[in-house]
Design a protein around this ligand. Structure first.
Ligand code: QUE
Length: 336
């Protein structure tokens, strides 16, 4: 069996609390196939252990987890080995489902960036703690992909049209917004994060919720910007079509609406079409059905020019100037 450190995670059990530390800091803990299977094996091994909680955290203060290792996915596609990527997504989504159904309370400590696959590790668990450095996003439409890892389940279940807004625009939100949307459950300042494990270990018979409430109760939380824009979010992103969403954003003529419109204009038109349809359908699906639908979509999406181009522009050449294919579906003007 490979050393856990070699696959980018560190694990231990201390006083009845299992800990999984994401430890690939140079890549902002982007999840590799090795990390996914190592986490899955550890959770399987701990499933029947007498643990009071499992805690996910990061060795980096920059990121909890930036997502899946999408650079490698692109390389597989270019090398004609898309099957390797299919295995990766299948195993990542199985892990997401395992976390959702896990018999032991799962607590994620989100300090820094948390996107895509990072949300897949955290949101399906019962407790998501954010710090003042937390930044959350589902930015996949910006790389020619779509919100996966069960996002078609959890985004449509956020209040109003917030999920459609986050999934289509990829906009980043802070701790206050994350608490407001329900993506986060507790705010604990970064300098107290190290005490969470001990607090859980000190009170093995107390509900995890009560322990976290006690730690979180001492800190005032800033106001949510998203709460302020909520009326506009629901009106614009509650529209029945992408074209109508853009029309309503133009009509609003606020800074928030201009930023949302800019994000839609920069995104892959193909991704916007896929995402709009996927999130609309996800409301009626179970998590398992959502993950199955997403897995089916990965098979086609990762072979498309927009995905290869989007990952190139964001993560390979880092010019952030992707050239998207036009779509015939009226998703808006192409970026160039
Ligand atoms: C959309 C994504 C990802 C992204 C940017 C997007 C993603 C991902 C990373 C990422 C960031 C920094 C790294 C790294 C990966 O960025 O999934 O290895 O060092 O992993 O717009 O989906």
């Amino acid at each position: 069996m490979p050393d856990a450190a070699a696959v980018g995670i560190l694990t231990d059990v201390h006083r009845g609390v299992g800990r999984i530390l994401l430890n690939r800091p140079k890549a902002l803990n982007a999840l590799t196939a090795g990390m996914v299977s190592a986490i899955d094996r550890v959770l399987a091994a701990w499933e029947h252990a007498p643990l009071s909680a499992v805690v996910f955290a990061s060795t980096s203060t920059k990121a909890f987890c930036a997502g899946g290792d999408i650079r490698t996915i692109r390389e597989h596609s270019l090398a004609g080995d898309a099957e390797a990527s299919e295995r990766f997504f299948a195993s990542e989504y199985r892990l997401n489902a395992r976390i959702a159904e896990y018999p032991v309370p799962v607590v994620s400590l989100i300090d820094g960036l948390c996107m895509g696959g990072g949300l897949g590790l955290s949101v399906h668990g019962g407790f998501r703690v954010v710090t003042e450095r937390a930044v959350l996003a589902m930015p996949e439409t910006g790389i020619g992909f779509f919100p996966d890892i069960g996002a078609s389940y959890f985004l449509p279940r956020l209040p109003g049209a917030i999920g459609m807004y986050l999934g289509l625009t990829g906009q980043r939100i802070d701790a206050a917004d994350a608490l407001y949307t329900g993506l986060a459950t507790h705010f604990i300042p970064a300098d107290l994060l190290g005490t969470v494990g001990d607090a859980l270990a000190d009170s093995p018979d107390e509900p995890v919720e009560a322990v976290l409430n006690r730690l979180a109760g001492r800190s005032p939380v800033a106001e949510s910007g998203l709460a302020q824009a909520r009326g506009d979010v629901d009106w614009a992103f509650g529209a029945p079509t992408l074209g109508e969403i853009e029309k309503r954003l133009r009509h609003l003529d606020t800074r928030w609406a201009a930023a949302a419109l800019g994000a839609l204009e920069a995104a892959s038109p193909q991704s916007l079409e896929i995402t709009h349809a996927l999130l609309a359908r996800g409301r009626q699906r179970t998590l398992r059905e959502c993950l199955d639908a997403e897995l089916a979509l990965t098979r086609t999406t990762i072979r498309t020019p927009d995905f290869l181009e989007g990952v190139r522009a964001a993560l390979v050449d880092k010019d952030r100037a992707p050239t998207w294919r036009r779509t015939s579906l009226g998703g808006g003007a192409p970026a160039s």
